[in-house]
Write a protein that binds this ligand. Structure first.
Ligand code: BGC
Length: 531
């Protein structure tokens, strides 16, 4: 990636830190981002597998029967709690595991957390691919969920921390790019596996082991982030890594900045408690709201159940799998657009543009389906093409906005002392809302029918207003300067950070009382010059 290799001059880059995008950073970022492949593959694989007859016959015979019942209402044929649990159990496990992962991430580093993710993932894949009964299947999905919770916690943080500030957005979006590639690969795999009887579904579930192996082997080659090393008192190692990833010896200012942030972080001995303070509210509210809204765009109703959804509205089995592949390709390509644009046009503009585009597409899909059902007709060729185009329009706008930015913004807006805990909250709320959608969507579709698209469209208006009023722009702001340059400047959020000094002192005092005299390691006070 030659264009990434240029060294940034200070006028090209608004931050004071010097640094180029070295080959080493690029390699580390590519390897770490493969954590996104694991997540994406799982998002994409379950919809195709649950539409395979062999799979349904083995684990969900009732759904299989209902599917074959010609008279059964189309919108309700997949409405089965067990089937939804197959998809959603992964997210249930990830809700809890991302919170545990935050502790591991903080105490043992981002790298070890990623390695643990791949290990859980691997065992989960074995359970799934060899499943003999529903219990094995769900156990496998739960283990995958633990892996996803670990990976989604560590990877975006890792990427944001190793990235030079001027391309932090782009580098972080590599994670989401891999998520979309994973979804696409899953779509293609399902397309072929559906023709392999009776064990095609085992192949679909088993191939998830490949991204896990990639992350596991790759993570042996990558470095720990300087922030995580310095935060754990490995100062000289942290400094050496910083020089190596920035490709220059002139890293003093950035080093001091990380050192300052980690000293503050060390004083906040209970990051989850600190996170609950009023002063932490701005990034926390933004992080959780982004996850809530990301899922209420309805993206996963489409991602998980695309083949099922396409069949529901009248596509034949192959056509529906093929449409999922087209949709998956649009998802990948549009994420590349985001990668290029995010550090130029900023986060806010991308999110607002997407709201408009998503609203129009969801509304139009709903209108087509309502018109067809009022006319008592089946989906004809023209209407089917229209639906696929509108779904692609929806997916593309999500892919350059809410998809990647839902992960990027929470990874860059918390101060170091609450970064891992705050980010864990974001991951875990993402998983919670994803779980709710995965568990409820097929039943919602059965009850609301085409109205489900209007339901999601209405939420898009709410999120557009939220972004316009409450999301500050973080483009080109160094990760450890968010407080001064973002929150303290924001018309609404500044009242929270302005008032936090007394609160912070109280917090420090109560921590000191609890933990006795200050025993901050002397090593942490060593300055850069002494190293
Ligand atoms: C979301 C997933 C979604 C994926 C689609 C991610 O950012 O968190 O829930 O399935 O994007 O590309």
């Amino acid at each position: 990636m030659p264009s990434l290799m240029m060294s940034m001059s200070s006028d090209a880059c608004p931050s004071q830190f010097e640094g180029k995008v070295t080959v080493y950073v690029a390699i580390c970022a590519i390897i770490a981002a493969s954590g996104g492949l694991m997540f994406g593959y799982d998002v994409g694989i379950s919809g195709g597998v649950t539409s395979m007859d062999d799979f349904l016959l083995k684990f969900f015979p009732l759904v299989y029967e209902r599917k074959r019942e010609v008279k059964e209402d189309n919108y309700c044929k997949y409405d089965n709690q067990g089937l939804q649990l197959f998809t959603s159990s992964l997210y249930l496990a990830a809700i809890v595991s991302s919170l545990c992962a935050s502790k591991i991430c903080m105490s043992y580093g981002r790298k070890l957390t990623m390695q643990s993710a791949s290990a859980f993932f691997f065992v989960g894949v074995v359970f799934n691919a060899t499943a003999q009964n529903l219990a094995m299947l769900i156990t496998g999905r739960i283990l995958l969920g633990v892996g996803v919770g670990f990976a989604n916690q560590a990877v975006p943080l890792f990427l944001s921390e190793i990235a030079p500030v001027h391309i932090r957005g782009g580098l972080n979006i590599l994670f989401q790019l891999d998520v979309t590639i994973g979804i696409l690969i899953a779509g293609v795999t399902n397309f072929y596996a559906a023709h392999i009887h009776p064990w095609g579904w085992r192949l679909s579930l088993g191939l998830a082991g490949i991204p896990a192996a990639l992350l596991c082997l790759g993570s042996l080659l990558i470095t720990e982030t300087p922030t995580s090393l310095i935060e754990r008192d490995k100062l000289s190692e942290g400094l050496a890594v910083l020089k190596k990833i920035r490709g220059t010896n002139n890293v003093d200012e950035e080093y001091q900045e990380i050192l300052r942030a980690s000293e503050t972080a060390r004083r906040a001995k209970q990051p989850f408690r600190k996170l609950m303070l009023r002063s932490s509210r701005p990034p926390l509210v933004i992080a959780v709201a982004l996850q809530f809204f990301q899922q209420l765009t309805g993206i996963n109703a489409i991602m998980f159940y695309a083949p099922v959804l396409f069949q529901t509205v009248g596509f034949k089995s192959d056509a529906s799998l093929l449409s999922s592949i087209i949709m998956g390709s649009v998802n990948v390509l549009s994420t590349v657009i985001s990668l290029v644009l995010v550090d130029r046009v900023g986060r806010k503009l991308l999110l607002l543009e997407a709201c408009l585009q998503m609203f129009i597409s969801l509304f139009a899909i709903g209108a087509i389906l309502v018109a067809i059902s009022h006319a008592g007709k089946n989906l004809d060729q023209d209407a089917a093409t229209g639906v696929v185009i509108l779904v692609c329009m929806f997916v593309s706008s999500f892919a350059w906005s809410w998809g990647p930015l839902g992960w990027l913004i929470p990874s860059e807006t918390f101060p170091l002392e609450t970064r891992t805990s705050g980010y864990a909250f974001a991951v875990s709320s993402n998983m919670l809302f994803t779980f709710i959608i995965a568990q409820a969507f097929l039943s919602m579709m059965c009850r609301m029918r085409a109205g489900i698209f209007f339901f999601f469209a209405a939420w898009i208006i709410v999120m557009g207003v939220f972004i316009a009023l409450l999301l500050p722009e973080t483009k080109n702001v160094p990760i450890d300067e968010m407080r001064e340059r973002v929150w303290e400047q924001h018309w609404y959020w500044k009242r929270y950070v302005d008032e936090d000094e007394d609160e912070d002192k109280d917090e420090e005092q109560s921590e000191r009382v609890e933990s006795g005299p200050d025993i901050m390691p002397t090593q942490s006070r060593i300055s850069y010059a002494q190293l």
